[in-house]
Write a protein that binds this ligand. Sequence first.
Ligand code: PYC
Length: 404
Amino acid sequence: RGLSRSDWPRVWQERPLKSTYDVVIVGGGVHGLATAYYLAANHGITNVAVLDKGYLGGGGSGRNTAILRSNYLTPEGVRFYDRSLHLYENLADELNFNVMFSQRGHMTLAHNDNSLRTLRWRAEVNKLQGVDSEVIDPDEIKKLVPYLDTSTDTRYPILGALYHPPGGIIRHDAVVWGYARAADAHGVHLHQNTEVTDIETAGGRVTGVRTNRGEVSTPVVVNCTAGWSTLISDMAGVDMPVTTSPLQAAVTEPVKPFLGTVVVSGTLHVYVSQTDRGELVFGASVDPFTSYSMRGSLEFAEGLAGHVLELMPPVSKMRLLRQWAGLCDMTPDYSPIMGPTHVDGFHVDVGWGTYGFKAGPVSGEAMADTVANGRPPEIIAPFGIDRFTTGQLVGEKGAAAVGH
Ligand code: PYC
């Protein structure tokens, strides 16, 4: 007799909501779950609850285009995202869960001299940080991606590309499930359908959270939300320089494998990769307005199709199957906000714009370290909220996704 569905072991337990925890993490995406996992695995802190108002991985972690890379523009950014890439490389072993990381290479195209200059700059910063990244010419691009139109008589001819072999794609839901299962195995409580409605403070420090399922006392709250990060921080009395916009994505029917790398075009506002199932996954830049909407629009699908066909005319017969949107919390310098705040015990891991998923592991590791040791580790020190008053911004706009 084969296993019936009811025999399948549960990946994580449903446990009662306790009235007190040592740490409460708000947001059950990859950041919140990784923080919980590393608190337990690296620091032995297991009296931890992860609260999510929906289901685990139902926000940005399940809505991104699953791209991993570390070819950023600033030394601080490159070091940070590269640590994440290394954690991702070992994640299947670490969690004993097949996360299907395919390091198939990542290519960012330049269609004008300014973009080419920025790509050269990124390549040099990357190499100085030990990251494999180089600028290649149209002939090399054509060898790697024969379906790209590299002719010179197009509206936006391809002049070169930043090629980053360690980049690639991963199964994003598996990352969420792997961290959830591992955190649960350490005794962390994962509470779905549990919405935080308020954060209690007294004398300048956190004392607890209110939820739709009752009150929980705790000395530490970590805000690991995306989309709602300002609303959660407001509850603790912490202002965030963040605005929220949707980012739309879409997927086609599956076809035989023909696209071996991730391809990004900033000028055409599009990136594309082919999944192991053969579907093309497309993403774009954020919608040009603030909103909490997570619905796709026809305008996006039309614009996307036009841009994709300029790059790869042969895909014109493929059909789009689905489209969706996720919420992006944009900061002024396109870098995240991480670490303690002026409210004791209230920590933030927010402002993830369009780059949050790839930073999940390093963020979890660093936020767990911050909570356990009472100060942020070196790798996230540049991303503190105080940089918006000191002026020491970490400008990543030139390497953050496309067309911002
Ligand atoms: O920064 O690589 C990126 C990215 C891909 C999709 C959205 N952002």
